[in-house]
Write a protein that binds this ligand. Structure first.
Ligand SMILES: NC(=O)c1ccc[n+]([C@@H]2O[C@H](COP(=O)([O-])OP(=O)(O)OC[C@H]3O[C@@H](n4cnc5c(N)ncnc54)[C@H](OP(=O)(O)O)[C@@H]3O)[C@@H](O)[C@H]2O)c1
Length: 332
C-alpha cells in the first residue's frame, strides 16, 4: 500500500484522496496544512491513523512515501523539491511547474533520488481519452483540430471586486491557459506530438494574467486551435478533422460522448464511459508505476508521461511568452 501524504486542503484534494482510497492502492497517512486545525478538519473525514503537520520539515519526516501536492501553482516547485529531497514520490497537480527551468530541476532531482514525479493531468489517464487516442490515425491523416475548455470561475467575481485570488495571480502562476488551457494542450501533444510553433492571443484581466485566450499550435501539415478561459463559459464541442471525416468530442476531459462523422454523412457513435470520480484512473496509473519500480515496460510508460509533461510545460511557457504573461517564478 502506498503511504500518502497530502499538501493543500481544498476540494480537489478530497477528490483525489477519495479516488486514491477507492483504488485500494493507497492509505492516507499524513495531512499538511499551514494551520494544524485545518489539517485535522481535513483528515478527520477519513479512517485510519493519520498524522498532522503545519510545517513541511516535520511533514516530510512522517511515515509517508508519496506526496500529493495541490497547492497554488507557484508553490508546487519548492514543495515538490523538498519532498523529493526527502526521498518521497510526488504527484503534482496540473500545471506541475511554472516554467522549463523548474521542470528540469525537479525531474533531474527525482531521477537522482530514484523517486517518481507524476503530473496529475487527469484527462490523459482516463479510459475514454485512451480510446480516442487509439482511434486516431497518424498525423498524415489529420487535417486540423479545434479543442476547447473554458469555464467561468466564481473566483473571477473576486477579481471584479478588486482582489487577487491565487488562481488569477501572477505571483502564484495563475491564469486561464495554466489552469484550463493545460488540458487541451495535453490532449494536442498526446495526440499529435510537439508542435513546431505555438502562439497565444489572450486578453489580460486586472491582475495581469490571461482571463480568456485563443492558442494556435502549428504542426507540419495542420493547425490546432485551442479556446480557453476562466471569465466566460464555452459550450463548444471539440473536433478533430481527419481526411475521412470529423471526430466530435463532447469535452476534452471526462469525455463521455464521441462520434465520427464521415464525408458520406454516416455517423459512427463511439461508446465511452467516464467515471463519477475522474481521478481514479490517474490514481491507479500512478500506483501501477510506484508498485512495480523495476518493470521495464512500466518504466518506459513512466518516461513517456515525463516527456509529455515536459513538452506541455514547454508549450505553456512558449504560449505565455508569446502573450507577454510573466510570473514571479520566471524572475527567480
Ligand atoms: N485536477 C483537477 O481537476 C483540479 C481541479 C482544481 C484544482 N486543481 C489544481 O490544484 C491546485 C490547487 O488549486 P486550488 O484552486 O485548490 O488552489 P487554492 O485554493 O488557491 O489553494 C489550495 C490549497 O493550498 C493552500 N494555500 C492557499 N493559499 C496559500 C498560500 N498563499 N500559501 C501557501 N499555501 C496556500 C491551502 O491549503 P492550507 O490552507 O491547508 O495550507 C489551500 O487549500 C492547483 O494547482 C490547481 O491547478 C486541479
Amino acid at each position: 500500500m502506498i503511504k500518502l501524504g497530502i499538501i493543500g486542503t481544498n476540494w480537489i484534494t478530497d477528490q483525489f484522496v477519495e479516488a486514491a482510497l477507492e483504488s485500494k492502492k493507497y492509505h492516507l497517512k499524513a495531512v499538511y496544512s499551514r494551520e494544524l486545525e485545518t489539517a485535522k478538519k481535513f483528515g478527520e473525514k477519513y479512517a485510519g491513523k493519520i498524522e498532522y503537520a503545519d510545517d513541511l520539515t516535520t511533514f516530510f519526516n512522517l511515515a509517508i512515501d508519496t506526496v500529493y501536492i495541490a497547492s497554488p501553482n507557484s508553490l508546487h516547485f519548492p514543495q515538490a523539491k523538498q519532498a523529493v529531497l526527502a526521498g518521497k514520490n510526488v504527484i503534482v497537480e496540473k500545471p506541475a511547474f511554472s516554467n522549463p527551468t523548474e521542470f528540469e530541476e525537479l525531474v533531474h532531482l527525482a531521477n537522482q533520488k530514484r523517486v517518481f514525479f507524476f503530473e496529475a493531468a487527469r484527462n490523459i489517464h482516463e479510459e475514454s481519452f485512451k480510446a480516442i487516442t487509439n482511434r486516431l490515425p497518424d498525423n498524415d491523416h489529420i487535417i486540423g483540430a479545434d479543442l476547447s475548455f473554458m469555464k467561468y470561475s466564481s473566483r473571477y467575481d473576486l477579481v471584479l471586486a478588486g482582489e487577487e485570488p491565487n488562481i488569477f495571480s501572477p505571483h502564484f502562476s495563475g491564469g486561464a491557459v495554466m489552469d484550463l488551457g493545460v488540458y487541451p494542450i495535453y490532449a494536442a501533444i498526446a495526440w499529435f506530438g510537439m508542435p513546431r510553433e505555438s502562439h497565444y492571443f489572450s486578453q489580460k484581466i486586472a491582475t495581469d494574467v490571461d482571463g480568456i485566450g485563443f492558442a494556435i499550435l502549428r504542426y507540419e501539415t495542420f493547425d490546432v486551435s485551442i479556446r480557453t478561459g476562466k471569465i466566460s463559459d464555452s459550450y463548444q464541442k471539440s473536433e478533430i478533422y481527419l481526411d475521412e471525416g470529423t471526430l466530435v468530442l463532447n469535452a476534452i476531459n471526462s469525455i463521455n460522448q464521441a462520434a465520427f462523422h464521415r464525408h458520406d454523412k454516416s455517423v459512427e457513435e463511439i461508446s465511452l464511459q467516464s467515471l463519477e470520480n475522474p481521478m481514479i484512473e490517474e490514481a491507479l496509473d500512478f500506483a501501477k508505476i510506484m508498485n512495480h519500480p523495476k518493470d521495464v515496460e512500466l518504466g518506459e510508460l513512466y518516461q513517456e508521461w515525463v516527456e509529455l509533461a515536459r513538452n506541455v510545460n514547454q508549450v505553456l511557457y512558449d504560449l505565455r511568452k508569446s502573450a507577454g504573461i510573466v510570473f514571479d517564478a520566471d524572475q527567480k
